[in-house]
Design a protein around this ligand. Sequence first.
Ligand code: DC
Length: 221
Amino acid sequence: MSGSESTAPVIVAIDGPAASGKSSVARALAARLGFLFVNSGAMYRAVTWSVLKAGVDSSDPDAVAAHLRRLTIGCGVRDGQATVTIDGDDPGEALVTPEVNDHVSPVARVPEVRETLVARQREYAKLGPLVMEGRDIGTIVFPGTPYKFYIDASREVRDARRRRQGLDDDLAARDRQDSSRAHSPLIVADDATVIDSSHLTIGEVVEAVLADMRANGFETP
Ligand code: DC
């Protein structure tokens, strides 16, 4: 628990661009602390997967919003990690296909999609302490948390990480779309600690995050 008077669960917000290493860091940090791990990008990806499966035009915000209203989005927890289903189906590995990579930014730009998923993300805080990663966690989803991090890495390092994952999606295009959208773009929160992970291991970034949290009053369990 933090050094504050509050009994609200500790929330660690980790934002950053694609392939910055934030997912690996968030997962490792959550495991280290015994906190729930929530990958909010998986929720945007699940809606995108459903949009594509239904043959809906991902570039048509009204069509995407209408499709969203027909969906039942199941947000659960398994083995300390958040899970997402669409109409009872687990998209599994389909979440990280090139098709989903190509279409997730336009879907994530639709205001109704953001409002729906942000509300579901906030519900996770009722379950206890958590680490949530995404693009707007420190700015929009949990702006009140004192533990906010922005994990970055150079374009070269991010491209190389992507290639090692066997992916060659256009990171620059996705960054541009995620950073320039009108509704909750990817920006660095004023009070976030920025960590450049270009030349650090996951463990080193986790240690840097923990050191910053301790300096902010957090007591490591
Ligand atoms: O973290 P990721 O690459 O899996 O995220 C996929 C997309 O989802 C990303 O390009 C933008 C969107 N996203 C978002 O808009 N807000 C979030 N909190 C998380 C992801």
